[in-house]
Every structure is written in C-alpha cells, then in structure tokens.
Ligand binder design. Structure first.
Ligand SMILES: Cc1cc2nc3c(=O)[nH]c(=O)nc-3n(C[C@H](O)[C@H](O)[C@H](O)COP(=O)(O)OP(=O)(O)OC[C@H]3O[C@@H](n4cnc5c(N)ncnc54)[C@H](O)[C@@H]3O)c2cc1C
Length: 187
C-alpha cells in the first residue's frame, strides 16, 4: 500500500482534513496483514507505533538507545503548546499557527504547522489520559505559562521534565502494545 506523503492541495485549514477523508480506509480485519516499520522511538515514533499497534497493524519499532524512553525527546524541558485558550487571553488555532511559523523563522511547512495547531488540544487531552503529570493550578485545573516569547499562556508543562514525562506516557502506550502482542502470540 502506497501512502502519498506530499502536502495535500486545498485551502490551508482543510488540507489534512480533506486528505484524511479522501484516503482509503483499511478494514480492521485486514490491518494485521500489514507490517509497518517505525524508525526511532522519540515522541513521534513511539506515539505512531503505539497508535498503529492499537489500530491492529503489525508494527516493528526500532531504536538506537538502550531503551525506547531514552530518545532525544527527553531533552525537551519547557513544555508543549496547545491553543486551549484556558487563560482567555486571545489564543486560537490561527494564533498558535502564526506564532509557530514565526518562531521557526518562516521556514516550516505551513500545512503541517497548521495541522499541529489544529490537533494541539487533542494532544494535551491524550497525554493527560496517558497519565502525564502536567502542572496544575491549586484548584486542580491544568496550569499554563507563557513560553518562548509568546504573548499568550498556552504552554502545558511538567516542571522542567516535560519531554521526559511525555516520553514516559508514549513509552507506556508502546509497551502496552508490545505486551498485548506477545501475549497474543503466545496464546
Ligand atoms: C534541549 C531541547 C529542548 C527542547 N525543548 C522543547 C520544548 O520545551 N517544547 C517543545 O515543544 N519542543 C522542545 N524541543 C524540541 C522537541 O524535543 C523535538 O522537536 C521533539 O522531541 C522531536 O521528537 P521526535 O520524536 O521527532 O525526535 P527524537 O526524540 O529525536 O526521536 C528520534 C529518534 O530516532 C532515533 N533514530 C534516528 N535514526 C535512527 C535509526 N537509523 N535507527 C534507529 N533509530 C534512529 C534517534 O536516536 C532518536 O531517538 C527541545 C529540543 C531540545 C533538544
């Protein structure tokens, strides 16, 4: 099965949504027939491998380190941005998109950055569900800080160890798949 990695056509805010819609689906019964190789188990690779495994594909994840949770993502300290606008300080998907493009010296691929801004809120919910211990306000709500020169407070963080904690969440999802695969193979 060939996947087209090119940036889809159409208006910026609809490119990846329409790509998702126009892509062919694979029936749950057929997914086990596909073997997917994931190279690297940083936040991107570990999350992709865990998600594809959860969907039912056969996944082989390769890493260089002695453990998948030692990937370079462990170095990310400041936090992860999402356009939740919890602080009601004027944040939006468009503003997160613009700030990220500007922060990348206008060299990033716009469609992909827009997608990142679009799905940023779901990523935070996903990480919370995985048990990532984001900082919280005294009342229990998730805390935010302004980071990297942003004019809004949209950074979700876990002290100075956000990358490590996110990686532990992704790693536990990955190991859940590894465990369920080996128990399936044994039965
Ligand atoms: C010091 C630092 C601070 C940062 N702070 C922040 C922050 O506060 N907020 C933020 O959002 N981002 C931050 N970043 C950026 C963020 O950490 C990265 O963008 C993100 O972690 C990249 O994730 P990844 O999974 O794509 O790559 P990585 O985590 O680098 O994972 C790629 C993995 O692939 C492995 N690999 C490569 N080639 C092969 C191969 N041939 N075979 C097997 N394995 C291979 C590598 O060893 C590596 O483990 C920071 C980055 C650094 C370095």
């Amino acid at each position: 099965m060939l996947l087209n990695p090119n940036i889809p056509t159409g208006p910026l805010s609809e490119k990846w949504d329409s790509c998702r819609f126009s892509s062919k689906l694979v029936s749950p019964a057929n997914r086990r027939k596909y073997e997917i190789i994931v190279v690297g188990t940083g936040l991107a690779g570990a999350s992709a491998a865990a998600t594809l495994g959860e969907l039912g594909y056969n996944v082989k994840a390769f890493c260089l380190q002695d453990s998948p949770r030692r990937a370079h993502s462990i170095a990310a300290q400041g936090g992860i941005n999402a356009a939740k606008n919890y602080q009601n300080d004027g944040d939006s998907v468009m503003r997160l998109f613009y700030d990220t493009i500007k922060g990348g010296d206008f060299r990033s691929r716009e469609a992909n950055v827009y997608r990142l801004a679009q799905v940023s809120n779901a990523i935070i919910d996903h990480c919370v569900a995985q048990g990532v211990p984001f900082a919280r306000e005294y009342g229990g709500l998730l805390a935010n800080r302004s980071f990297g020169g942003a004019q809004v407070s949209r950074t979700f963080y876990a002290r100075g160890q956000t990358g490590q904690q996110l990686l532990l969440g992704a790693y536990s999802a990955l190991m859940r798949q590894a465990g369920s695969r080996s128990s399936r193979a044994a039965s």
